[in-house]
Design a protein. Structure first.
Length: 338
């Protein structure tokens, strides 16, 4: 269940945008974080069968310790979280560790990225408790993270109200050793890059499949390129001319026609040969200079730390200074820092 509007409401000066986050919504079952484990999938409008970013557990037992911990953070002290399959478990471990290390009580503006790892970020932040979260604003990178923020009962901000962000945490499709990233697997990379650049610290969370050394070796479908719809055919042509092998307009999965981004644009996936991927900053500039391109899913020189959950339950942390810490033990049942 969503919590009631907090008692600090009258003392805050709220923008019209922000107020919506404090008004209880009529549908109580939108969140993969709080309520979904308690409802059969068939009755959830955006439940696991519809929402690719819903958190998936190994069993459908509704009385999970995770749900209990989400509703009552103190429950996390006495009950263990439900085990997840290795990939989901890796996402959760990475997200929890990153939140514990980078989302501190003094942080009041937090950017929330997109994808299937980010729900665990929001889950861990919610576990930090109402007292600390009441002082914070959360800025989303798109529709999905906006819903996550609202459904977790957190205060929704916008980047035009908060152009300076303390920390943004986001997923990635692939990260190299210099912490360059491919992003945009969910076609959210324009807003994701704005929030990454607006943040004092940009932290990436991902499972082990995203931990690479040469961009494009693990994420083979190409560099996501957001384009103005009317220009897509010309951009496809120019991407080929630039050297992309078979760039494709991204098509919807359960809709006829192209994927339309949160900004009303199209998305092209442009694979490039290894020689191009060896210098992602150079490739980024070349693609961005094509007229009609709105943003490129290459994030170069922005990320400060990347957290990867591993199959064996450990985590790996790569830092921008080149330091790599591997095989770190992390217990997701440790209560969140308050
Ligand atoms: O860039 C993104 C969306 O545009 C996502 O952050 C990226 O696709 C990673 O997603 P996931 O956490 O599901 O692996």
């Amino acid at each position: 269940m969503r919590r009631s509007p907090p008692s600090f409401l009258p003392s805050l000066r709220l923008s019209h945008r922000s107020v919506t986050s404090l008004v209880p919504r009529t549908n109580p079952v939108r969140s993969p974080l709080s309520s979904l484990p308690s409802y059969p999938a068939a009755t959830t409008p955006l439940g696991p069968s519809h929402n690719p970013y819903a958190i998936r557990t190994m069993s459908s037992n509704s009385s999970s310790a995770a749900a209990a911990a989400n509703h009552n953070p103190s429950a996390a002290k006495s009950a263990s979280l439900k085990p997840l399959d290795p990939v989901e478990g890796a996402k959760r471990a990475a997200a929890y560790a990153a939140v514990d290390n980078h989302v501190k009580p003094q942080h009041t503006v937090i950017g929330i990225g997109s994808g299937s790892t980010v729900p665990y970020v929001v889950e861990r932040i919610a576990q930090q408790g109402e007292a600390v979260n009441a002082k914070r604003w959360f800025v989303p990178t798109g529709f999905q993270s906006r819903e996550l923020i609202i459904d977790a009962g957190l205060k929704l901000g916008d980047v035009d109200s908060f152009p300076f962000i303390d920390v943004t945490i986001d997923g990635a499709d692939e990260v190299d050793n210099a912490l360059n990233c491919i992003k945009g697997g969910g076609a959210c990379h324009l807003r994701e890059k704005v929030l990454a650049e607006a943040a004092k610290e940009f932290v990436v969370v991902a499972d082990y499949r995203k931990n690479g050394s040469l961009l494009g070796s693990k994420w083979a479908q190409g560099v996501p390129v957001e384009v103005a719809p009317f220009a897509y055919a010309k951009v496809l042509q120019n991407l080929k001319r630039l050297g992309s092998t078979n760039p494709q307009l991204r098509m919807g999965k359960a809709k006829a026609g192209p994927v339309v981004t949160d900004n009303g644009n199209f998305c092209i996936d442009a694979p490039f040969p290894e020689t191009y991927m060896r210098d992602p900053s150079d490739l980024l500039v070349r693609i961005k200079l094509i007229t009609g391109v709105v943003e490129v899913g290459l994030f170069c020189g922005i990320c400060k730390s990347a957290y990867f959950g591993n199959e064996d339950g450990t985590i790996t942390i790569k830092s921008v200074d080149g330091k790599v810490q591997e095989g770190l033990a992390f217990d997701v049942n440790t209560p969140a820092l308050k």
